[in-house]
Write a new protein. Structure first.
Length: 188
């Protein structure tokens, strides 16, 4: 079995995530696929959440965030904003995996006990699986501040799918430790 460097494993994971997200946008109307809804466990192996939808954050999310914000604010018909957003995401948004960071985010309701629990754990295991590919990532968890660029990107992206999200939602960041990441089968 070939052993990949941490950088190669990270690149493979992000490319796999981008392919799944392209399929979701192009073929499934944006419905989240199992591969980007990992099971969340504590380091002791206790399942904390059976699944949690996570977002990929672009390295430079300003352009996409501005696009989503504009689409959502220009009309009161959410259907029009949603359709424009799906068209944008289905085009070439996920075409270049190298434009994405390895930061994953998830949005929770204000005052979420689950968000508090995840932050208190500090590190969780995220198990991703789809199409006979599996990744297990140990991720550092933190709550993103109100003006954090990744928080803004996640908030406006999620509003395409849930227009009722308020400004007071909790957005958590999950940063993988690639040294301890596992894949089955190993990419490459």
């Amino acid at each position: 079995m070939k052993r990949l460097s941490n950088s190669e494993l990270k690149t493979s994971f992000i490319a796999w995530q981008c392919r799944l997200r392209q399929m979701a946008m192009r073929d499934h109307g944006g419905v989240p696929m199992p591969g980007f809804r990992p099971q969340v466990s504590s380091l002791r192996g206790e399942i904390v959440m059976p699944e949690m939808t996570v977002l990929l954050v672009p390295e430079q999310p300003e352009e996409s965030t501005a696009f989503f914000r504009f689409q959502l604010q220009k009309t009161h018909d959410h259907r029009l904003a949603f359709e424009a957003g799906i068209k944008y995401l289905a085009a070439d948004y996920y075409q270049l995996p190298e434009l994405f960071s390895d930061e994953l985010t998830a949005v929770f309701a204000k005052g979420s006990a689950m968000a508090d629990r995840l932050v208190k754990l500090k590190t969780v295991l995220l198990d991703f699986e789809q199409y006979a590919q599996r990744f297990r990532l140990a991720c550092a968890v933190k709550r993103l501040a109100a003006r954090d660029i990744s928080r803004e990107a996640s908030l406006w992206h999620n509003r395409l799918f849930n227009p009722g999200l308020g400004n007071d939602v909790e957005v958590l960041s999950f940063r993988p430790n690639w040294k301890n990441a596992m894949a089955e089968p190993w990419p490459g």
